[in-house]
Design a binder for this molecule. Structure first.
Ligand code: ADP
Ligand code: MG
Length: 753
């Protein structure tokens, strides 16, 4: 029996999950899979592992010997929850531990192990039956991360092995969710033949008043800042939690708030939760890249057209105003995954005496972490997520509206300690019309190539037959396998090659990983990184139209166009035919500029994208340094000298290897092309090309696809289109449908020699 301090015992008994202990443990004893649903803060993460300990699941001589493994999507949750459970159990230090990539606190007699889902996946690649564990708890399953989905699929098979009648060493699986939406796990016969019991835990929630903005400002960063100022100056005590989308935005708001309000002395080390965390820079999980992203126009725009007049009087939710303006200090802390773990842990410390806590966070704070003392939530309503354009097969990071379910979770964060307020920086019309009911599982949003590569690296050969909670369609899996074999990651039999194994170490899109595997020749890697970063961020050059030339008066128009063209030819100096190298020139030139905004303006570059590329380059370098196991070391990615002739040649080859499946041939070179497309035109712009593989992602099989589907034209703004030559082959980055004509246009990268 475990003796806990009275204070802790009182807190535990007060948690809603306490009333369900018997029901939960009965179910766990009688079923191999149990699903637990309960509101954030009801006690799932901290209490269920303790129930399991008390029922002997971690006893080495008990009925079910082994460790209790608990997975979390994010490393800050794994570390902080391990610390909390350790404290509540009050057992010897050794019994509760955590493991996140490159950092662990474990011991031979660990009873409860918290880890990120990525860590458990890698462990399964080595020990498929998870023989060290008696029970696995998959937490935050409602988030539907790819890792979580794959883990649940794998575990459904492992349970069959471990729970076969003759097996002596049984395994239990507990899936925990903060929402009731669990039918993809509970009612999925391919996953679990017998439907697992679903146990609902009541929430314990104070009322939260939700205040919508009357209109939806596009600049939600500014709006978030001013809302926090207003809350802090005018409303009674209570912490503020702000939801934004990413590192840059968060740091910007944190800096401004700290400058506006006196920031109290920052928390001392002693205030930080008692767990040793190494803040090594190398501490990084796969899902921890903060790739900048373009904005979804819907999510950015003033999406409703209410009168501007009533905007200023947007005072709803400020009725409780203090008699005098509050002069107390504001203790502002950022919270996002890329922050070193020890920095993230500061949110759990008591704010300095007399100050108000204000956390500016990504959706890390949506369900995984319960931040003490929050009474006000400011919700920008957006999230940065990976998106995949099925038409162009391009992966990008975009800022989208969150789902209604997420918005409700976020609002709920204000009602933990008492009645609270949630300020939504969008109108109720936007919420009703643009927010989906629930977010789509990540696996349906990702380019499946990366997922297939990851699964192959875990020895899952038959990806098509894998029991996904929400399966991607067969065709896209097959197509992904083809792409991976073109990239030399898979052999003819579909098994992982040595190249594929190295590629799987980098949490990047497989084409980019492929470029990195061949990037080490002639010191090209820093340039390859710059290219990969630029391709991930999207278009950096303003189009001719966006340059403003078409709107200006004739004279001004001429001048603008001429400076536009001059600036483009300056960037094309490395190679007049290669758009990719033009991009590289711009990215590298940017490093040397001191007034970057002016440079972007003068050179028709997108400032936001350029800034993101800069930060992404160092992130990618870090990922490569960390993941290549000493194979590569990249000291610095900035201020590169212009590449030499040898390097230029190598770079063009490297690009072609990464996009080997995206080559188009001049139509007169291709057999069986209909007459009308087979001619050799006078200018590149009117010259048809035929892609070697179909461009339509749903038409994977070459049979049955008409050649017309493969006929494309070079994008008229490509630098190549300004040349007189009409090359035989073009390696292209993406296919765009041009508006008026419906023609498919390729955006070229390089001309393979
Ligand atoms: P759930 O997993 O259901 O969302 P948790 O088990 O994480 O709930 O949290 C239960 C309670 O424990 C919450 O009320 C939270 O405030 C408290 N708690 C969790 N972690 C800590 C911590 N590090 N310090 C103090 N209290 C904590
Ligand atoms: Mg939890």
């Amino acid at each position: 029996l475990i003796e806990r301090p009275d204070e802790i015992q009182e807190q535990r008994v007060a948690l809603p999950i306490h009333a369900e202990e018997h029901r939960i443990m009965e179910a766990v004893l009688h079923h191999s899979v149990v699903i637990i649903c309960g509101d954030t803060g009801s006690g799932k993460t901290t209490q269920v592992p303790q129930f399991l300990v008390e029922y002997g699941f971690s006893d080495h001589d008990g009925p079910c010997p082994g460790m209790i493994g608990v997975t979390q999507p994010r490393r800050v949750a794994a570390v902080s929850m391990a610390a909390r459970v350790k404290k509540e159990l009050g057992l010897s230090d050794k019994l509760v531990g955590y493991q996140i990539r490159f950092d662990s606190e474990l011991d031979s007699n660990t009873a409860v192990k918290f880890m990120t889902d990525g860590v458990l996946l890698r462990e399964m690649a080595k020990d498929l039956t998870l023989s060290k564990y008696s029970v696995i708890v998959i937490d935050e399953a409602h988030e539907r991360n790819v890792n979580t989905d794959i883990l649940i699929g794998m575990l459904s098979r492992v349970l069959k092995l471990r729970n076969a009648p003759e097996s002596k060493h049984k395994l239990r699986l507990i899936i925990m969710s903060a929402t009731l939406r669990v039918q993809d796990f509970a009612e999925n016969k391919r996953l679990f033949i017998k439907a697992p019991p679903v146990i609902k835990v009541d929430g314990r929630q104070f009322p939260v008043s939700v205040h919508f903005n009357k209109r939806t400002p596009g600049d939600y960063i500014e709006e978030a800042y001013s809302k926090v100022c207003k809350i802090h100056k005018r409303l009674p005590p209570g912490g503020i939690l702000v939801f934004l989308t990413g590192q840059q935005e968060i740091n910007q708001v944190v800096r401004r708030l700290r400058a506006t309000f006196k920031s109290p002395k920052t928390a001392t080390e002693a205030n930080i939760a008692p767990v040793s965390v190494s803040a090594k820079d190398t501490d990084m999980e796969i899902d921890d890249i903060d790739l900048g992203g373009s904005y979804n126009s819907d999510a950015l725009a003033d999406a409703d057209d209410n009168d501007r007049d009533d905007y200023e009087s947007d005072d709803e939710g400020f009725e409780e105003t203090l008699p005098e303006t509050n002069e107390a200090p504001l203790h502002v802390l950022p919270l996002y995954s890329l922050l070193p773990t020890s920095e993230q842990m500061r949110i759990f410390a008591e704010p300095p005496e007399g100050s108000r806590l204000c956390i500016v966070a990504t959706n890390v704070a949506e369900t995984s972490l319960t931040i003490p003392g929050i009474r006000y939530v400011v919700d920008a309503g957006r999230v940065k997520e990976v998106c995949y354009d099925k038409e162009t097969r391009v992966q990008s990071y975009r800022i989208n509206w969150i789902s209604k379910a997420s918005a409700d979770q976020r609002a709920g964060r204000a009602g933990r300690v008492g009645p609270g307020h949630c300020y939504r920086l969008y109108s109720s019309a936007v919420y009703e019309n643009y927010f989906d009911k629930f977010a789509e599982p990540e696996i349906l949003r990702l380019p499946i190539e990366g997922v297939v590569l990851q699964m192959k690296s875990m020895n899952i050969d038959q990806v098509v037959n894998f029991p996904f909670p929400t399966p991607p369609d067969h065709e896209s899996i097959k197509h992904a396998e083809k792409t991976l074999s073109y990239l030399s990651a898979l052999d003819k039999k579909g098994s992982l090659t040595e190249i594929g194994r190295v590629m799987s170490l980098f949490p990047l899109s497989p084409r980019f990983s492929r470029m990195i595997t061949v990037g080490n020749q002639h010191d090209c890697l820093p340039y390859v990184i710059a290219l990969v970063a630029a391709f991930s961020v999207g278009e950096i050059f303003l189009s001719e139209q966006e340059s403003g030339a078409d709107l200006a008066q004739i004279e001004a128009k001429k001048a603008l166009l001429s400076s536009y063209n001059k600036s483009r030819s300056a960037f094309a100096a490395l190679d007049p035919k290669c758009d990719a190298l033009m991009t590289l020139s711009a990215v590298c030139a940017y490093d040397y500029e001191t007034s970057k905004e002016e440079f972007c303006k003068a050179r028709f570059l997108r400032a936001r994208e350029m800034k993101e590329i800069e930060s992404l380059r160092s992130q990618i370098a870090r990922i490569i340094n960390v993941n290549s196991g000493g194979r590569y070391t990249i000291a610095d990615t900035a201020k590169l000298p212009p590449p030499s002739a040898v390097q230029l040649r190598a770079l063009k080859q490297i690009i072609t290897i990464g996009f080997i499946d995206q080559i188009a041939a001049r139509s007169d070179l291709v057999l069986d092309v209909p007459e009308e497309f087979a001619y050799k035109a006078k200018t590149l712009r009117s010259q048809p090309y035929v892609t070697l593989l179909p461009t339509k992602s749903l038409a994977y099989e070459v049979d049955g696809v008409s050649v017309q589907d493969q006929v494309v034209f070079v994008h008229p703004e490509a630098i190549l289109a300004f040349q007189s030559s009409i090359p035989e082959f073009i390696c292209y980055r993406l296919v765009k449908k041009s508006a008026g004509s419906g023609k498919l246009r390729i955006v070229p990268m390089t001309v393979p020699s």
